[in-house]
Structures are given as structure tokens and as C-alpha cells.
Design a protein around this ligand. Sequence first.
Ligand code: XUL
Ligand code: CO
Length: 435
Amino acid sequence: MSFFPDIPVIKYEGAKSKNPFSFKHYNPEELVEGKSMRDHLRFAAAYWHVMRNPLADPFGGGTAITPWDDGSNSVENAQKRVRVFFEFLEKIGIEYYCFHDRDVAPELETLAASNKALDAVAGTLKEEQERTGKKLLWGTACLFAHPRFANGAGTSPSVDVFAHGAAQVKKALSVTHDLGGGGYVFWGGREGYSSLWNTDMKRELDHLAAFLHMAVDWKKKIGFTGKFWIEPKPREPSTHQYDSDSAACLNFLREYGLFDEFELNIETNHATLAGHTMRHELTVAAAAGKLGSIDANRGDELIGWDTDQFPTNLYLALEVMLVVLRMGGLKEGGLNFDAKRRRESNTPADLFHAHIGGMDTFARGLKIAAAIRADGRIEEFVKARYSSWDGPLGQKIESGKATLADLEAHALAKEAPLPPSGGQEYLENLVNEFI
Ligand code: XUL
Ligand code: CO
């Protein structure tokens, strides 16, 4: 039985195809820099958006048409959704998926009942993974939707709520481990504050670190070898969230002795909310050797909140893929479409158009990034820009052997020439040559 009877399996048909249910650029087997597009891009679908997002907004209820869903909170309904989701993955040709505990299984009256429901649905997920060969990219726990988490979980002023969140992480970690997940994500949903009049920031940060240390201990105890990824976001739902951007997360991890245990999962719309470009956030993470995974989406320049739109911007995709290629590719991580259709795009077919667009955009971004690298002019320019550092003085400074007195002697003997041109316009023109 098919849940998407009118949708074919999406195949690569090339740039000239007029078939909206085909890839124009994503050709999974095609080699780029000697590796298949499939292995470069490691696309994942987000269970919460594909299966559980009703497409509501603050002014109106959901519009999504989901004929397979009986609207109940039952385990049977949740298990049926899993079958629907895997048919979606098979037809769209996405190899990985991501979920929150409460997306896949219902939250019931007690934690014990919710855990039991999660086990039952995890059984169906495992069955479908085995049937289709699809894999779990990462799992996580939803510690932000239920009213108990209104003040956060790891930073809640209530120790009981903290314990409830910790128990959910324990369970979600075990399920992620059982399903062979490549990683586990901590997005600090409401780990932050709305007002400092009621907040003990230092105590909250200490608690968050304790929370994460316990998660690391549990990971080791159960033998989960996947990665831990923190996902920065500066605000929304909280006014201020502690994991505000890559730099803040890295600092927090260093301060609390967690640096070796975590990498980052960077999301485009979170970067822009933080007042950064996605490329900035990725570059900060990669420079620290901590770029683990990516939530691929985009925001809206005019709306200014987390609109989680599907990525369709070639320029953005090529920038992302340049960072990824330069660091030698994603390992356990992937490109997770943490993106939702617009509220008006209400049919199941729109789910396919949305993902096809995202996948084709990143396929083009990958090809353009590889062409820029093969051409080499941009990298040569940057190298030349720093070439004065390749001389004896630069080497002395970079190896930590220079003193201020050495530099004074150099400066007195040689008046500094004007620095070389930044050439930004020249470089931007070069980028456009490849698009
Ligand atoms: C929220 C967000 C989350 C995380 C997982 O903005 O991005 O979906 O990716 O909790
Ligand atoms: Co995300």
C-alpha cells in the first residue's frame, strides 16, 4: 500500500528535464572531487517537519493535508507515520533522517508510559531501517514543547524539571544508540532566559554543564560511539539563549571541560538570527575542528524570525560546500533539512518539491564549490595576501619565538608598506564566473 500513490520515485533527469518530480542536478552516483554526490552531501530529512509539522503559524492553525494520520495520540498512529515517512525517504532518495523523541512517539500521562511508547515506535523505526537501508543521522530529545520546560530543562529553576529533562535525554540517547545513530544533538530549546530580574545566570550555566557532563557519562556507559553536537541559536523561543552562536558554544565547552566531547551542528537560520552569515558560523566551527553537522535551511530577510525555509540560494549553498570541502568533508554528520514548507504549500506533493529543491540547490553548490577549488584563483589570492608572513619575521612570530623588541627593531628599520588590496570585488566577480 502506498501513502504517496501519485508520486514517483524521484530520479536524476538532468538540467533540461521539465519534470518537476525529478532532480536536475542531484545525481547521487556522480563523482565530485573523486567522491559521489551522495557521500558528499549526506542528506537527511527531519521527522518533525516532514511528519509532524501541521504548518500552523501564530495567527492560524495547521493546513497540512495528511490523509494517513488519524489525529490521535496513539502508538498505532505513530507507528503508521513511521511507515509513511520511510516511503517518503525511499521515493525522495534521502539516506538519513533525524528525530526528537516526541516527534516519533506520543508523550503520554507519565514518563514511564512515554518511554514504553517510544520503545514501541523505535521498534518500527528499526524495522523500517532494516527494510530500506535508511539510517539515523541523529536523534535528540524535545525539551522545549511541554509546559514543564517553559523555563528550560538543563537550566530550569526547578530541580524536578531538570531531572525530567535528564531522564528524557537518557532514554533518547539509548534509543539513538539502538538505532545506530551517527550523532546526538543538543539544541538548547529554552536554555536561556527572558528576564534577568528572575534569573541566576551563573547557576543556570553551571547546571547546564552538569547536565551535559552527565550525558557524556551516560554515552560512555552505554557505549554510544556517535558524536555529540550542540546546535547554537541566539534567541527564539527565549529572548536570550546561552548557546547563542558558534563562538559562545565553543567558549562554554572550554570553560566547563566539555570541549573534547562535543562538536557543533550549525543551522543557517540560527546563524542569521545571531547576526552572522552561515559561512561565518561554519568557519568559526571548522577553524576549531568542531564542525560536525549542518541543519540546512534559510531564513527570510524581511520576517526576521526562524522561518526554516528550504534552501534555494545557490550562493549560500556554494559557500556552505566550500567550507565542507576545505575541511575534508562531513564525517558522521550530514545536511539535515531542518526546513518546513510554507503554510500555503499544504499537499503531500509539496513535501517532495521542497526537498527536491533543497537537494538540487546543494548539488549545484557542491559542483560550483569544487569548480572554484579546481580553478584555484581564489585560494591563490588569499595565499598571496598573507605571503609576507612566509618570510623569516612572520615565521618567527607564528612559531611563538618573536618578542616585541624584535618587532620594534624590524619596524624601525623598515617603514611598513601599504597592505595589499583586499580585492573583494575582484573575488566576488570570480565567484560569479562559476555560477
Ligand atoms: C529549532 C531547531 C531544532 C533542532 C533540534 O530551531 O533547529 O529543530 O534542530 O532540536
Ligand atoms: Co535545527
